[in-house]
Unconditional design. Structure first.
Length: 273
């Protein structure tokens, strides 16, 4: 029966690698990207390292001799052409919401014959989000305004699934999810919290610098030192990794719950306001 399902998979995006790992199919992964290694340390050991969905190369894909290639946004037209030219079964994902992510997990698990494992992962994610929402909305306190960004130049607000996590944690998402926004507009919105998770930057967002250069020093977030950097994968990898981002939001918005902020940086007290 196993022979009916793909046994040699190339993952061109960290989210696909995380999902394969969570459903117990990482042993079928024959090639992945260097970004997958950042999210899943050690996943690249003994496997080919190939270009990602943005810069995919046909020759690299074929060299891995796969029977399934999984890619996800962001795509580049030339990269998609390279994937298609490889002539291998191709699964392309383009999630925007948590529902899309759950559907992607179901799709991948179905494609590799791990339906029950996929349902378990989906249920775990849904239950975690529901638990947070239940305690976050247990009282009638004000819902803080939270601005999350996935890129800094230009400033781009985090994706809709991050907005859903903010809402589940009891906050209101500032600006339009996934859209470019000006520093001036964010200043006008005057969020209570600013949380940065730049794609590809790990946890290295220069918080003091961006607050100073954007003129946000007198905003509510900066004055209360509620400016944070969350590791890139926790917000930008549409997979079960997002639960770490959800926990970070709970720790930030609900400090009384005593959740440790391991991996999350807060703006220094020395910034000039």
């Amino acid at each position: 029966m196993a022979a009916c399902f793909p046994q040699r998979i190339v993952s061109l995006q960290p989210s696909a690698s995380v999902i394969l790992s969570e459903i117990g199919a990482a042993n079928r992964l024959v090639a992945c990207t260097r970004y997958c290694e950042e999210v899943l340390p050690g996943i690249g050991n003994g496997r080919m390292i190939v270009a990602d969905s943005w810069t995919a190369k046909r020759d690299e894909i074929l060299a891995a001799k796969p029977d399934l290639v999984i890619a996800a946004v962001p795509y580049q037209e030339e990269a998609v052409a390279e994937i298609l030219r490889a002539g291998v079964r191709f699964l392309g994902l383009a999630p925007r919401s948590l529902s899309d992510i759950y559907a992607d997990i179901a799709t991948i698990s179905g494609a590799v014959g791990k339906v029950e494992d996929g349902m378990r992962v989906i249920e775990t994610m849904q239950q975690a989000v529901d638990r947070v929402r239940q305690f976050a909305y247990a009282d009638d306190t004000r819902r803080p305004l939270v601005f999350c960004e996935e890129w800094g130049k230009p400033i781009i607000a985090s994706q809709p699934w991050v907005a859903e996590l903010v809402e589940a944690a009891g906050g209101q998402f500032a600006a339009a999810p996934g859209e470019q926004v000006t520093a001036e507009r964010v200043c006008e919105l005057d969020p209570d919290y600013v949380v940065a998770a730049w794609c590809g930057a790990g946890d290295r967002v220069p918080l003091e610098k961006i607050v100073r250069e954007r003129g946000w020093e007198q905003g509510r977030a900066a004055r209360s030192r509620h400016v944070y950097c969350v590791p890139d994968p926790w917000f930008n990898t549409p997979a079960p990794t997002l639960l770490r981002g959800l926990n970070a939001l709970v720790a930030i918005l609900h400090p009384h719950r005593g959740i440790e902020l391991d991996g999350v940086r807060r703006i220094g007290a020395h910034i000039s306001l």
